[in-house]
Design a protein around this ligand. Structure first.
Ligand SMILES: Nc1nc2c(ncn2[C@@H]2O[C@H](COP(=O)(O)OP(=O)(O)OP(=O)(O)O)[C@@H](O)[C@H]2O)c(=O)[nH]1
Ligand SMILES: [Mg+2]
Ligand SMILES: [Zn+2]
Length: 352
């Protein structure tokens, strides 16, 4: 397998020089399953495990373990189709969300991606709130977000749904598609160039795997019909997986997720709400939070009806979440410092 087709380039090659000198070879993580990985090397697919040193270094932070999309340095196990992952190369982009049900921990969904396809369905499950969350997460990742309105065959009011999607999409482009007939799939395919990596995210049943099958040209990912009463999916795809397209380029299929709560966001929130960004230079205070200040251009636009109330509510929710995560991050950093101070104290006492 030619690594350049998977996105390997001169810059990565340069970064890899020290690893190369140690006799390690480059590989890309295609599947992650707890402590086992499938990686792609020039010689094909290998089963890989992480070195003890890597696990030790990652003991406080899961994000230091390999993720789907990562470029890694592996040591080949002679005479076996196995490898040991020794190091992760710096990530160019990474798509993260806050893990659900846990205080505030980062879950990395995919790395080194160029395009994030945010899939929604034009059927009964149509929901712009999840799309707004996905947009922030995608903008924050560094990848280019593209909104895909799939299942347009199941919708009577396509113009209305497209308008609703465009209303929240900010600057992201919007594509309409139908994975069943293949309508719109060509446009999608044109956005995945050889060497590029695209990830598909969205709630269960919106048709992520179906679109990928269409792009691939045959059914390689399992798909299952949605429930008839509410069009919700059944969580068919159960792990993140990288797929190499015959025409070049790589796509990552992901399991359907109900929520895309942001991990720490700064740029992402600005880009997801370009309306607020455009208005805020006209606010009286430079650090205006657009919540209670006098002479706030955002609040004025809200009162005048030129900035929709639902968009403002989404904006507020996002700001609250960002504040919560910042606090949680500060707390975690403080606890880390306390832990290492205690460790140092113990080490000193042992020396005495
Ligand atoms: N009518 C119609 N059905 C579609 C379309 N795209 C997908 N489906 C159907 O929707 C169901 C769910 O599609 P999947 O591709 O499995 O959805 P998914 O997003 O991968 O779902 P998870 O893997 O659970 O996250 C399948 O029965 C598909 O055949 C479409 O454009 N139109
Ligand atoms: Mg799927
Ligand atoms: Zn303001």
């Amino acid at each position: 397998m030619e690594l350049t087709k998977l996105g390997w380039n001169a810059e990565l090659n340069q970064q890899f020089a020290p690893q190369h000198a140690k006799g390690l070879v480059p590989a890309r993580v295609a599947v992650e399953d707890k402590h086992f990985f499938r990686v792609w090397t020039t010689d094909g697919e290998l089963l890989a495990q992480v070195s003890g040193k890597c696990i030790h270094e990652a003991r406080w932070s899961n994000s230091k373990l390999p993720k789907v999309g990562d470029w890694v340095a592996v040591k080949l196990v002679p005479n076996e189709e196995k490898a040991v992952i020794q190091a992760i190369l710096p990530r160019r982009t990474q798509l993260s969300r806050k893990m659900t049900g846990h205080g505030a921990t980062e879950q990395i969904l995919a790395t080194n991606i160029d395009t994030a396809f945010l899939v929604t369905a034009a059927d009964m499950s149509f929901d712009t709130a999840v799309l707004e969350q996905m947009l922030v997460v995608a903008h924050e990742s560094g990848a280019r977000p593209v909104v895909v309105l799939n299942k347009i065959d199941l919708c009577e009011d396509l113009a209305g749904k497209l308008a609703a999607v465009t209303g929240v999409a900010g600057g992201a482009s919007v594509l309409a598609a139908c994975a069943l007939t293949g309508r719109g799939v060509k446009k999608l395919s044109e956005l995945i160039k050889p060497g590029h990596t695209a990830v598909f995210i969205g709630t269960s049943g919106v048709g992520k795997s179906s679109l990928i099958n269409r792009l691939y040209g045959e059914d390689i990912q399992a798909t299952v019909e949605v429930r008839t009463n509410d069009a919700k999916g059944r969580h068919t795809t159960s792990w993140r997986e990288m797929i190499f397209l015959p025409q070049g380029g790589v796509v990552i299929d992901t399991p359907g997720m109900r929520e895309f709560h942001i991990w720490i966001a700064s740029e992402g929130s600005k880009q997801a709400f370009p309306e607020v960004e455009a208005l805020s230079p006209r606010c009286h205070f430079r650090d205006c939070t657009h919540t209670k200040e006098n002479k706030c251009a955002v609040l004025e636009a809200l009162a005048a009806g030129t900035f929709p109330r639902e968009r403002y509510d989404s904006f507020l929710k996002l700001q609250l979440e960002i504040r919560y995560l910042r606090e949680a991050e500060k707390r975690a950093a403080w606890q880390d410092r306390k832990k290492s101070a205690r460790g140092a104290h113990r080490a000193c006492r042992q020396k005495d």
